[in-house]
Design a protein around this ligand. Structure first.
Ligand code: TYD
Ligand code: MG
Length: 453
């Protein structure tokens, strides 16, 4: 029988029957590599003799009360996990190298251990002595966490079988290698095999497994994308280098709401929770300046005020620049087009720069109106009053659409000393907040009222 060969994409994990230069599934170039088969045992043609158990859903609810979650006491982490660590769950924490994953997970491991979980921290990148030094620097030297420096999957699983921990952190999944797979550590087949073994260990033994994964733009090291499908929860640890904020963002969670974020601040002694991120993201704002607008957003279940900054300047080039940091470039193009065709405000011949202050990434359409306000304010060189927040979605017709959680957005703004909110008309009536609410139906009315254009 001819040896069957399969291929997979290092960027998205899609399986292919033959090699090609570009992955059909994710569009990435040069990311397809040959798989090495996991098992070399003889293929069996007959059905298995062991019969699986089938149980009624209703029986399950009566018999198996879900085991309790454990809180680490780090609120920003517990909330992102959906209310603490679920037993037997598999969690992937992805992020750029050097962003602070090891620091975060060592701190989390220590706190979970102090909360009563038997915790194991397996480092494939640092020797145990180095991890201990880091722990000492973080003031966690006496936390009851067991350390191991290991990269062999077999060794790790043997140790875990013997130790039976409640929680194990694998830092990182790219360093773990299985001797059943031929390719080099860090390759897709190795990462997939290791993640598969570790997640099935989690389910079998009731241990929660946290896998750390490095994300790289180049497809060389297998991105943790292939692992995302296997685990219950996917968290990304992100932040701009040079900023001290770090955001732990949940993108998938079988046990709680996705889209939740936790905000941390980097300090010399590790990551500190930021209980009031709005105040942090708005700190350092001086006098009102043209192009700066405060957006009252919602991240997960929590309101968050951020400053949107725009700069509009005549371009020296034939093709004007559109540069965006922290927001969607396509969405910016859409808002510029709506301003141009519905309100008659052209941006041709002008460079446009948009930045979300503090290194935050915003994906809510509710930021549309704040972006439009920042663009207009920069273009007209008119500052919006400093005590005003803005939110609302803009449709292609130029109409303003109401957005969810208006009440929470207003409450947060009021809490931080804002007195006026500009929002779309319609939507739920908002009663109790003491803010002056300026409601507008479309973008033309907004431009006329606020900028007198
Ligand atoms: P590290 O946790 O090693 O990053 P990763 O595991 O994602 O590669 O952190 C990188 C560096 O930043 C390390 O030298 C420690 C430093 N650091 C701090 O000093 N304070 C902090 O709060 C954090 C998160 C990191
Ligand atoms: Mg690390």
């Amino acid at each position: 029988m001819a040896k069957s060969v399969s291929f997979s994409c290092t960027a998205c994990g899609a399986a292919h029957t033959r090699w090609s230069g570009r992955c059909d599934a994710c569009g990435e170039w040069n990311s397809i590599v040959e798989d090495t088969p996991l098992s070399t045992g003889p293929a069996s043609k007959s059905l298995g003799s062991k019969r699986g158990n089938a149980i009624q859903l209703t029986d399950l609810s009566a018999q198996e009360v879900p085991p309790p979650r454990t809180n680490s006491g780090i609120n920003e982490l517990d909330r992102v996990l959906g209310g603490g660590m679920v037993p037997a769950s598999a969690i992937l924490v992805g992020g750029d190298p050097g962003i602070g994953k090891s620091t975060l997970l060592l701190q989390a491991a220590a706190r979970f251990a102090q909360a009563g979980l038997k915790t194991f921290y397996v480092s494939g990148e640092e020797a145990s002595a180095q991890v201990r030094m880091r722990a000492a620097r973080l003031g966690l030297a006496d936390a009851p966490v067991k350390l191991a420096a290991a990269t062999s999957l077999r060794d790790i699983l043997t140790t875990l079988e013997a130790e039976k921990p409640d929680l194990v952190v694998i830092d990182s999944i790219q360093t773990v290698w299985s001797d059943a797979v031929e390719s080099a550590p860090g390759s897709v087949s190795q990462v997939r095999a290791a993640a598969h073994e570790l997640t099935s260990f989690a389910k079998r033994k009731g241990t929660s497994v946290v896998l750390v994964g490095h994300v790289t733009k180049e497809g060389q090291i297998a991105g943790p994308r292939v692992v995302e499908h296997m685990v219950d929860t996917v968290l990304y640890f992100e932040g701009e280098r040079g900023h001290q904020f770090r955001i732990l963002r949940c993108v998938k969670n079988r046990f709680g709401p996705a889209d939740e974020i936790g905000v941390f601040e980097m300090t010399g002694s590790g990551l500190a929770e930021v209980a009031n991120p709005s105040a942090l993201f708005l700190s350092g704002r001086g006098d009102p300046s043209p192009g700066s607008v405060v957006f009252s957003g919602i991240e997960g279940t929590r309101p968050l005020l951020v400053e949107m900054q725009a700069l509009v300047a005549p371009t020296p080039h034939s093709q004007p620049r559109r540069a965006v940091v922290g927001w969607d470039g396509a969405r910016l193009a859409m808002i510029l087009a709506v301003l141009e065709s519905r309100c008659g405000i052209p941006f041709a011949g002008l460079d446009v720069y948009l930045n979300v202050a503090g290194g935050l990434k915003i994906s809510e359409p509710a930021a549309d109106l704040a972006v439009a306000a920042a663009l207009l304010s920069a273009r007209e060189d008119v500052a919006l009053p400093a005590d005003t927040v803005v939110f609302g979605e803009i449709s292609l017709s130029g109409a303003l659409r109401p957005v969810g959680q208006t009440e929470n957005r207003l409450k947060e703004a009021q809490k931080l000393g804002f007195t006026t909110a500009i929002a779309p008309s319609g939507g739920k009536s908002v009663g109790s907040s003491g803010l002056k609410l300026m409601q507008m139906g479309d973008l033309t009315a907004f431009v006329g009222d606020i900028f007198g254009a």
